[in-house]
Design a protein around this ligand. Sequence first.
Ligand code: GDP
Ligand code: MG
Length: 486
Amino acid sequence: MGNRGMEDLIPLINKLQDAFSSIGQSCNLDLPQIAVVGGQSAGKSSVLENFVGRDFLPRGSGIVTRRPLILQLVNNQAEYAEFLHCKSRKFVDFEEVRQEIEAETDRLTGSNKGISAVPINLRVFSPNVLNLTLIDLPGMTKVAVGDQPVDIEQQIREMLMQFITKESCLILAVTPANTDLANSDALKIAKEVDPQGLRTIGVITKLDLMDEGTDARDILENKLLPLRRGYIGVVNRSQKDIDGRKDIKAALAAERKFFLSHPGYRHLAERMGTPHLQKTLNQQLTNHIRDTLPGLRSKLQSQMLSLEKEVEEYKNFRPDDPTRKTKALLQMVQQFGVDFEKCIEGSGDQVDTANLSGGAKINRIFHERFPFELVKMEFDEKELRKEISYAIKNIHGVRTGLFTPDLAFEAIVKKQIVKLKEPCLKCIDMVIQELVNVVRQCTNKVLHAAWLVWQGANEVLHAAWLVWQGANEGAACSMVGLAGSQ
Ligand code: GDP
Ligand code: MG
């Protein structure tokens, strides 16, 4: 393979990936990885299942993949799977793996088909796989269904971008052959972040579904929309095959036969198909890790230093330490300020579609409620005219005047303005009430967050240790890698 001594690189990065996942998104070191992107039903899940040789991914219409799935394939004698979130349990029945992915997806997103960027980490051990780590991402979609947020397209796009903008990420762009390739969602989004096509690998699925008389030879020969890493064609199981429970071994044999017997692809047969794709990805990921290791190493080292400091701090952690208390209090106050401002100024996250609240409610009090109160005020024009005339006459006394005296104006206007006092006070009361509500809401949130922080302190400490250990190994292994590549 030309990668002697490098077989450990992928498992090593897997370890780091696990460590980072347990800390959460905030610790973002750019690990070399492969992200799978494509439109809905492009065949992403099928490709991944073919690698493993098992049906284990949730299927169905709509957005099925709703959290990133970090799928670590590990070559191993025994076949089983395990999740990072329940490490003690070994899954040997792949139907249960599917159920666990579904349950774990719903745990964070609710069952209303929302999405979340927090990944699920699944490790599959199998004699059929080559070491390879892939991230399955939600398919790009145009329309929201059910009570999905209307901006679901934008949300998915942003999530994909989070992964693929990083230079360290290889992009596996999955495009079905039976649609217009120039309009491929996958190739379009890949081109945005990798305009020269340096880190994009093209996968063309559904070659068996192309119209008779057409083929994808031009694109597979890398002539049509060239990518430096080229394209690989695959034929996955059709829906009918899946419903008929055609097993993946038979599907792989059928795929091989398809390429060997097709006049347009026969000459490419050795470079097509799922096994070749798997081998290529294993090689490219390994090489990619080797290339990115020097940079990764220096980043890891600097992170290690700061983490060591942090771990030290945690070790000296005293719950009653006054500086810590002050810091926590300050953070809570700051958080309160941010939340309060969001409630008043409005914000795009977690939009309430059922009730008006905060700034919007105050806006309504000013612009709807207040004018309404004003209109409601009783106003008798005849009486007013009488008052004006009496006021003018009383000011003039025995004299007769030519002009309306200022004093009359003032007397009348003052009397009118007093009438505004009551509706104004009413509105102020309403605004105060709403502000009290907002303050109460924000306080609750801060208290809840404080509780979570308290609970999480131990977990962070543990995770920090994991990264610290991983970083140590990373540094050691990159030395080996560097030595190996020289
Ligand atoms: P995903 O949404 O990108 O994960 O797509 P899936 O892998 O779930 O595939 C969507 C549908 O297309 C399923 O019904 C698959 O059986 C079918 N499909 C995927 N790849 C192929 C292929 O190469 N040939 C045929 N005939 N059907 C395919
Ligand atoms: Mg899928």
